[in-house]
Design a protein around this ligand. Structure first.
Ligand SMILES: [Ca+2]
Ligand SMILES: [Ca+2]
Length: 446
């Protein structure tokens, strides 16, 4: 029987509704011409239809504003019903669904759902939403946000410098973002620069709550984010970031309590133009040896990624940014050391062509939670880090080299142009998660 599901935003709820609806009765509303009375209509239609098809058609009632409701046997055909005497129109008695606004920003999340330039998250979600996986976000810290309720693990604040930290102390167990605004002259700012809440934006891309009636969804909404604060007022020190990489991977850092939630993947949406130094190289090697994958933004300098650290470090999954139209973003770094690309936004002045995610709305200190559209390889990287969480959820034992190999092997060709070269193509969550799932299933029979 014909059945419409009103389902504008995605949703599991709708899938379930479709699956259960065949149990509902088969009914049709028949509209007759003015010359046919309700009683006549009921009798005529039942007789006519029954005579022609041998099916049972039972009159249920007359609708208040007109129209006759009939219950039909299973095989009853609406087309045949329409042939009845005096019948003007037949419509199925469709079941409607409550218009739950489960993720109202879904229509803006082209990075996840656009068939051409998105990463095909919905296909991956048929297998997993990241259950059991941990994504460490090494960034400006985290703000309270309804999208993070139940999504966070206890992280850490690795900023050693009290002035940079703005929380009155050095390293501590509170990774809350204290704001990275700059007054004129502060950190060489030539004009006032408001707080970015960058770490919260990145964390939302990874694991904002799904189907909570609010805002957006992360790519791995059942994964947990481990917020690690490494960027303060003027950025972050290599020494602090290197320690935080080791800690996030479950390694020991003197003076810091052990991390009880070893990350499956570390996201580094940060960088500086220089070669990969030994501090990063050693920390990244340590993390990888502990089974933690490291994903880094390729950088926003429109240069070869070999100039941007830590994206240029060995073993890192280096992520370039795709613009809304499918070409590599004009600002994105590129080159042979890029592993693959993910949606990062156009940075063209059209906000919906950038990446929506969670922020605070305060210009300096935290004020209240909200959403903002940012462009950058910083936004591309967490799509891949979230995808790694999905992969680890499907196969917790997949090693860091296999993670990179599967990302590369299952990327799809660039929908647009990347003339200077940017790795294997566009990250494809559906194909990659399917491949990991199938490999694991095959391994069980080896
Ligand atoms: Ca602190
Ligand atoms: Ca949400």
């Amino acid at each position: 029987m014909l059945r419409f599901i009103v389902c504008p935003t995605l949703l599991l709820a709708c899938v379930i509704a479709q699956a259960t609806s065949p149990d509902a009765p088969h009914r049709a509303i028949v509209h007759f011409d003015n010359a046919t009375s309700a009683r006549q209509a009921a009798v005529n239609t039942s007789r006519t239809f029954g005579a022609r098809t041998g099916q049972h058609v039972t009159h249920v009632r007359t609708l208040a504003a007109g129209g006759e409701l009939f219950e039909l046997s299973d095989a009853a055909s609406l087309e045949r019903l329409a042939e009845g005497r005096g019948v003007v129109e037949v419509e199925p008695d469709i079941y409607l669904q409550p218009l739950l606004v489960t993720n109202p920003l879904w229509k803006r999340q082209w990075a996840l759902n656009d068939a051409r330039v998105g990463i095909d998250a919905e296909v991956a979600w048929k297998r997993t939403r990241g259950e059991g996986a941990v994504v460490a976000v090494l960034d400006t810290g985290i703000v309270p946000h309804p999208e993070f309720d139940g999504q966070l693990l206890g992280g850490y604040d690795f900023i050693s410098d009290v002035d940079e930290a703005r929380d009155g102390g050095g390293r501590d167990a509170d990774p809350t973002d204290e704001g990275d605004w700059n007054e004129i002259g502060e950190c060489r700012a030539r004009q006032f620069i408001p707080s970015s809440w960058h770490g919260s934006h990145v964390a939302g891309i990874v694991a904002a709550r799904q189907n909570d009636g609010l805002g957006m969804t992360g790519i791995a909404p059942a994964a947990k984010v481990l917020p690690v604060r490494v960027l303060g007022k003027c950025g972050g020190a290599t020494s602090d970031i290197a320690d935080a990489i080791v800690w996030a991977a479950g390694g020991k850092v003197a003076g810091v309590p052990a991390n009880k939630h070893r990350a499956d993947v570390i996201n580094l949406s940060l960088g500086t133009p220089r070669a990969c130094g030994k501090a990063f190289a050693k920390a990244i090697a340590r993390a990888r040896s502990r089974g933690t994958a490291v994903v880094a933004a390729a950088g926003n300098a429109t240069e070869n990624v070999s100039t941007s650290s830590p994206a240029n470090c060995a073993g890192v999954v280096s992520v370039a940014a795709l613009a809304r139209q499918g070409d590599v973003a004009w600002y994105s770094n590129y080159g042979a050391d890029v592993t693959l690309a993910a949606p990062g936004g156009s940075n063209s002045g059209v906000k919906y062509d950038d990446i929506v995610s969670t922020v605070d709305t305060g210009e300096r200190q935290r004020t209240r939670s909200g959403y903002a559209y940012y462009p950058g390889t910083s936004m591309a990287a967490p799509h891949v880090a979230g995808l790694v969480a999905l992969m680890r959820s499907v196969d917790p034992k997949i090693d860091v080299d296999a993670v990179t190999r599967q990302l590369v092997d299952n990327a799809r060709p660039y929908p647009g142009r990347c003339p200077e070269g940017c790795g294997a193509g566009l990250a494809d969550a559906g194909a990659t998660v399917d491949a990991v799932y199938e490999d694991r299933a095959a391994a069980r029979f080896d």
